[in-house]
Design a protein around this ligand. Structure first.
Ligand code: PEP
Ligand code: MG
Length: 902
């Protein structure tokens, strides 16, 4: 027997056996309960069933061998520790059964409380509670309700109706007015509902209750809302959840009991202090659901000073131990404090930076760790504008600033309507009394969320913060009437479709649309706020961490810019060059006419005239950009899109010609244009005559651009400035294409630069799969490669970048074929492999070959880490993403050297 036990897989861990680093196995909640237990903090005894047990169950559809016996053994030792047996009629042990995955998924999975109660032990519970019958029957009805709903899929509204009915019969609206007899009657009603829906009686056997509840928690990993949440938060689908079985402690045993949640610092701003909500005489779920309004935690000092002081001591200890902001859930049962949960707390983007800076000041972490604890997505959020308020805008209500940002939009009251209107392109604000996990779709679709109930830790607040979505919660002046689709506030009635504005930082709610103003972080990057003298803690923290990121990173960061203004802004944001100057926009506006002349040219002479007219204009464009970049490298890409993009659309032209003919007007010019457009029409223009192909077909076009670039550089240098041009050829698939362009370009460059000292590099985009696969050959003719991952993704997958997002990506995301659009974050396995091959083979052929990326992925946080790992020299992205790329490049550097773990 003993030998058999040693080979059996271990699926159950007592809290004393785990620790905070076992999150993969015990989930976040279980690992942290174990850690607190081992720190000697008052945690109710319990045990954790591992994620491995869950995964085995989800794969095979049954509990793995040995699990039942291990649960039995741990239950027995729990019973011994508590001196009570599960469901004992005279003195019952009750347990909660709680989910707990590696990554927090608030409210997404199931919990069942009060397991162990039945028709007999309810009496024992009443005795334990000093003859408090009301409490015992209330606990029992909660069990049937939770168990029925989560374990047996009984529709929750049926229980709600029965509760409303009991209150109506009693002539009250408040649950607390129901006495023991009313609740006993409610238990009967609940049992009937249970039997009607399940075809069986409510299980009286405590162990059966426990086993079914555990199974329901396992199953809840694959509940629709959990799947949706994981997709949104990019949590892998195969982790499974652990299950925690914890002895119940009760916060609803009278005024000397209660429950609360707390943060060791403000999760909104990062400010130091004690932040939390407390609710006397209530169960934990009441706080999280935001069903009753809480009081600030500080008021606990008056109610129960001993517990308050003990709690503050524990919070300080936890911060010191975790070296980070912790959030906790606790319960006080008749004056005794119990810790029910802790974890490193979620926080807003601003708080993440501020706290990381404070912890460095306090000596708890170093700068590498501070950099590790923030990310580019948070920085991007902080670069959003905020409301611009003057006296004209008076708030009509003030709730809790639950998740920062500024959002205006049309009011909707249901998740379904939010989804509908958002699909039509409307900005919507989802208004609810409180949200619950079923509102997830609507929350994703909405620009912002406004609730009339609930604190900073309500469902709406927690989920919105996680999504980075603006949220105001607990705006209790709002009377929300969902069936009537209205809310009233301060004498105003607001209906569906009316516009409101909400400020997730201050919690204020405005009627109508409020204009917005820029973020202080952007002002800092723009150089308008001095980080040394400002008293804004966020700006100081951002500056400090960015400075460290810049010192740590190996990747350079350039920008995609094709105007002097964009180039200038990008430099202020820290760009170290231009990685992609697209020249095509320079052919629009009043230059269209010259391009038409070029395309319609009937002979060499006309074409050369058109090119000669374009040359000085292009030269002026490049002078402006070189001046702005002042000697930093500027990669100018020769024209890429098909020429017909510069001509009017075929249909419009055909109609114009027909109408003009009808009127008897002279249409010779339009007809020529029409026939050119017809001639150039392509079924698949993105795979047609564009890029280098165009340069090889239209004589003189690339040559004109090369000359303009070289002349502009020489002009700037002769003027005392600096210029460092890099000419980039688009859409190359074969080295011969590049060689042909290069031969012509080199001649022109030699002729133009003379002895000016200007050096011009010639390189290529790698954006056609064949180019990636023949990179060794192409490198012979290229001084640099820049990966065009937009086209490489398009051509690597074989789908059109312009059409597919709306056509089928939603389905691919739903099916999990994509975790995220491959246009947003690089597909490392496929397209990334092409990048890797090209980088390796290119460098093998030409050591020191300069490598960069200029597709949209250059500013995507995850992709930046990939490009770092492949060994690129730089990423290039739009000006606004430059700070994000700098930060992530720094983070990538410290995570590969391993110094982040101190
Ligand atoms: C690319 O293809 O990634 C690229 C940068 O070029 P464009 O987006 O202009 O095609
Ligand atoms: Mg491209």
């Amino acid at each position: 027997m003993a030998a058999q036990e040693t080979v059996e897989h271990k699926y159950v861990y007592d809290f004393a056996e785990g620790n905070k680093d076992l999150k993969d196995l015990l989930g976040g909640k279980g690992a942290n309960l174990a850690e607190m237990t081992n720190l000697g903090l008052p945690v109710p005894p319990g045990f954790t069933i591992t994620t491995e047990a869950c995964k085995a169950y989800l794969t095979t559809g049954r509990e793995p061998d040995g699990l039942a016996g291990q649960i039995e053994a741990h239950l027995e030792s729990l019973e011994r520790a508590m001196g009570r047996r599960l469901g004992d009629p005279d003195d019952p042990l009750l347990v909660s059964v709680r989910s707990g995955a590696k990554f927090s998924m608030p409210g997404m999975m199931e919990t069942v409380l009060n397991v162990g109660l039945n028709d007999r032990s309810v009496v024992g519970l009443s005795n334990q509670a000093g003859g408090n019958d009301r409490f015992a029957w209330d606990s029992y009805r909660r069990l049937i309700q939770m168990f029925g709903k989560t374990v047996c899929e009984v529709p929750g509204e049926e229980f709600e109706h029965a509760l409303d009915e009991a209150k109506r019969a009693k002539g009250t609206q408040n649950d607390l007015d129901l006495d023991a007899d009313d609740l006993r009657g409610l238990v009967d009603a609940y049992k009937q509902i249970f039997a009607k829906h399940t075809g069986r009686e409510f299980p009286q056997e405590p162990r059966e209750q426990l086993d079914l509840a555990i199974r329901a928690v396992f199953d809840s990993w694959n509940a629709e809302r959990a799947i949706l949440y994981r997709r949104q938060e990019r949590i892998p689908a195969d982790l499974g959840t652990a299950v925690n079985v914890v002895s119940m402690v009760f916060g609803n045993l009278g005024p000397d009991s209660g429950t609360g949640v707390a943060f060791t610092r403000d999760p909104g701003s990062g400010a130091q202090g004690i932040y939390g909500d407390y609710l006397a005489n209530a169960q934990g779920e009441d706080v999280v659901a935001g069903i009753r309004n809480t009081v600030p935690l500080q008021e606990l000092e008056q109610l129960d000073k001993t517990s308050y002081d003990q709690l503050l001591g524990i919070m300080a200890r936890l911060e010191e131990h975790y070296k980070d902001l912790c959030d906790i859930e606790f319960t006080i049962e008749r004056g005794k404090l119990w810790m029910l949960q802790t974890r490193v707390g979620k926080r807003t983007a601003a708080a993440a930076f501020v706290i990381a800076g404070q912890l460095v000041d306090e000596g708890l972490i170093d700068l590498d760790e501070a950099l590790h604890r923030v990310n580019g997505a948070q920085l991007a959020q902080l670069m959003f504008p905020r409301f611009q308020l003057d006296h004209e805008f008076q708030p009509v209500a003030k709730g809790i600033g639950a998740s920062p940002g500024a959002a205006s939009g049309r009011v909707v009251f249901t998740s379904a309507r939010a989804v509908e209107l958002a699909a039509e392109g409307e900005a919507v604000i989802l208004v609810r009394r409180e949200t619950n996990p079923d509102d997830l779709n609507g929350m994703i679709a909405a620009k912002g969320i406004l609730t009339s109930r609930g604190g900073k830790t309500s469902h709406a607040a927690v989920v919105a913060r996680g999504m980075g979505k603006t949220c105001v919660s607990g705006a209790d002046e709002l009377e929300v009437n969902v069936p009537a689709k209205t809310f009233t506030v301060g004498g105003h009635t607001v209906g569906e479709g009316d516009v409101v504005s909400i400020d997730g930082t201050t919690g204020k709610v405005y009627l109508g649309e409020v204009p917005v103003m820029p973020s202080e972080v952007v002002q800092y990057f723009e150089g308008e706020l001095d980080p040394e003298t400002t008293d804004d803690p966020l700006v100081r923290a951002v500056h400090r961490i960015m400075t460290h990121a810049d010192a740590a990173r190996r990747l350079r960061v350039r920008t995609n810019a094709d105007t002097g203004a964009d180039a200038a802004r990008a430099r202020r944001f820290g760009a170290e060059g231009i990685g992609l100057c697209r020249t095509e926009h320079m052919f629009l506006g009043d230059r269209r006419e010259l391009v038409e002349r070029l395309i319609l040219a009937s002979g060499e002479r006309e074409r050369d005239d058109a090119l000669a007219a374009l040359l000085p204009l292009q030269r002026a464009d490049f002078v402006e950009i070189f001046r702005e970049m002042d000697g930093l490298p500027v990669t100018v890409r020769l024209i890429d899109p098909p020429l017909h993009e510069f001509l009017p659309p075929l249909e419009q032209l055909a109609v114009n010609v027909a109408v003009a003919q009808e009127r008897g007007e002279d249409v010779a010019k339009e007809e020529a244009l029409l026939s050119a457009v017809r001639r150039m029409h392509e079924e698949n223009p993105m795979l047609g005559l564009r890029g280098v192909r165009l340069g090889l077909v239209i004589p003189g076009l690339f040559a004109m651009q090369v000359r303009a670039i070289a002349e502009a550089a020489v002009a700037v240098v002769r003027d005392g400035g600096r210029a460092c041009p890099e000419i980039m050829v688009p859409l190359v698939g074969a080295v011969q294409e590049l060689e042909t362009v290069r031969a012509e370009a080199e001649k022109i460059i030699a002729e133009v630069v003379g002895d000016s000292g200007v050096e011009v590099l010639i390189g290529t985009m790698i954006e056609v799969p064949r180019a990636a696969l023949t990179a060794g050959q192409i490198a012979e003719a290229a001084e640099f490669f820049s990966f065009g991952t937009n086209d490489l993704t398009q051509m690597g997958w074989g789908f059109s970048r312009d059409d597919v997002e709306g056509a089928f990506f939603w389905r691919y995301l739903e099916l999990g074929i994509f975790g995220i659009s491959p246009f947003e974050s690089i597909d490392t396995d496929g397209v990334g492999r092409l990048v890797r091959i090209a980088a390796e083979e290119g460098r093998a052929a030409r050591p020191g070959l300069k490598l960069g990326v200029c597709g949209e992925h250059g500013g995507d946080p995850e992709s930046v880490h990939f490009f770092h790992s492949v060994g690129l020299d730089y990423v290039s992205c739009s000006p606004f993403r430059v700070p994000v790329a700098r930060l992530e490049a720094g983070r990538a550097a410290i995570s590969t050297t391993g110094s982040d773990s101190r």
